[in-house]
Design a protein around this ligand. Structure first.
Ligand SMILES: NC(=O)c1ccc[n+]([C@@H]2O[C@H](COP(=O)([O-])OP(=O)(O)OC[C@H]3O[C@@H](n4cnc5c(N)ncnc54)[C@H](OP(=O)(O)O)[C@@H]3O)[C@@H](O)[C@H]2O)c1
Length: 390
């Protein structure tokens, strides 16, 4: 039996993980469930999966949950679950840089990490690699693009690989220019054409910041230099990524879009497990497959993020933190869609770059970035107000 701790069990990836687990009771069991505030949803999940431990990070525990589950609360309890000795795989499906310390805790304890929380690799890539090395633990990605790369690389040494290409759906605003994006509403940005995901990653997909985070994630996961990691828009989300070999051959991993497949692969890796609930691929139904270049003018957050990755040091953490604040401000109606790039730009400009050696270095850069990003939000929000009233 593989004992799985699900951090972020009430979110989109967390719920899909529990669906996958429920279909394979002979292989997987739930060792712990962790949520932030949605206590009601967690109580239901605990009733269904009866895990030994349930944790609520930032809200009060239910008054009398009953049952055999031990309930706990607070950040330390989240880290305890991640580092648990009664756990084989930790699924990190938290959102944002808040996932970094649980990622490190899981790896330092030698627990396999099934990683959805890309922000932890972006913010603290070198620290995550160190922790994985010391704990001798695997990091297996849940992101469909990185799962695709892992599957295509299986059996090849890195010297035979020329480069990789991540695919991007292009989001709901593909084809629109910079001016047309000025007044798009959060509700339109939340309406993703091919994937049903949590709010933050859905907005990141609309700005293409998500693809920049994934380029940095791929750099740390697979060790390719930035000149060897490419991205292309593929609106159908059928080809999840490509690997190009030195002889010119290209392998791709394909399938109808569902996160349950990469989740199952991350839980069972390196084995492949039959799952009748996953839709069989049909090339005729999937046709046509099209590809186009990223529009850097309309979606500047992509280039900005890749550039932050290239710079290294704390720049990726600063980009990520600025972006988290920008997304929140857009969702709350405080800034316009193109302002998100302005916020991140001002944040990267304001925080000087320095090396990161410890978690505290990353957390300090993250905190400084959030302060600057909030100031930029206030400035842009006020400018907007003045513009409206003029
Ligand atoms: N959704 C996808 O299809 C998809 C695909 C690829 C990668 N990812 C990545 O997977 C991660 C999760 O995405 P998602 O779409 O599943 O997000 P989501 O639906 O917003 O869910 C996030 C989960 O994390 C919990 N959480 C958030 N902050 C926390 C904290 N500080 N401490 C403890 N728990 C916390 C939330 O609890 P509450 O419910 O209490 O708020 C919720 O359970 C992100 O990094 C995203 O980029 C997602």
């Amino acid at each position: 039996m593989i004992r799985v701790a699900v951090l972020g069990s009430t979110g989109s990836i967390g719920r899909s993980t529990l669906e996958v687990i429920s279909r394979h009771p002979d292989r997987f069991e739930v060792a712990a469930l962790v949520t932030n505030r949605r206590v009601g949803a967690l109580v239901e999940q605990v009733g269904r999966f009866r895990p030994p431990v349930a944790v609520v990070a930032e809200a009060a525990l239910p008054s009398d949950p009953g049952g055999p589950t031990r309930w706990d609360t607070g950040r330390d309890a989240v880290l305890e679950v991640a580092a648990g000795q009664d756990v084989d795989v930790v699924v990190n499906a938290l959102v944002g840089a808040a996932g970094l310390e649980p990622t490190l805790a899981a790896l330092q304890a030698g627990n396999r990490l099934a990683l959805a929380n890309k922000e932890s690799l972006v913010a603290g890539g070198p620290l995550v690699l160190q922790a994985a090395g010391r704990g001798r633990a695997d990091v297996v990605p849940i992101d469909s693009e990185h799962s695709a790369i892992l599957q295509c690389l299986e059996g090849y040494d890195r010297a035979s690989v020329q480069g990789i290409t991540l695919t991007a759906s292009g989001g709901p605003f593909r084809g629109r220019n910079h001016n047309q994006l000025r007044h798009v509403r959060p509700s339109e940005a939340l309406n993703h054409p091919t994937w049903d995901m949590g709010a933050k990653i859905t907005i990141d997909s609309a700005t293409l910041a998500n693809k920049a985070l994934e380029v940095v994630e791929a750099h740390y996961l697979y060790g390719f230099g930035y000149d060897h990691i490419h991205a292309v828009v593929h609106p159908q989300s059928i080809v999840h990524s490509f690997v190009e070999f030195v002889d010119g051959s290209v392998l791709a991993q394909m399938g109808f879009p569902t996160m349950e497949l990469p989740i199952l692969y991350a839980l069972s890796y390196p084995e492949r497990v039959e799952d009748g609930a996953l839709r069989t691929y049909d090339p005729v139904m999937a046709s046509p497959l099209t590809f186009e270049a990223i529009d850097h003018d309309a979606f500047p957050l992509f280039g900005m993020g890749v550039e932050a990755g290239r710079r290294g040091g704390c720049a990726p953490a600063v980009y990520n933190a600025g972006n988290e604040i920008a997304v929140q401000a857009f969702l709350e109606g405080k800034v316009l869609f193109p302002d998100m790039a302005e916020v991140v730009h001002a944040t990267l400009d304001g925080v000087g770059n320095h090396d990161v050696h410890t978690v505290d270095d990353v957390l300090a850069a993250d905190a400084a970035a959030r302060r600057l990003a909030r100031e930029a939000v206030d400035r842009l929000g006020r400018a907007e107000e003045t513009g409206k009233s003029a």
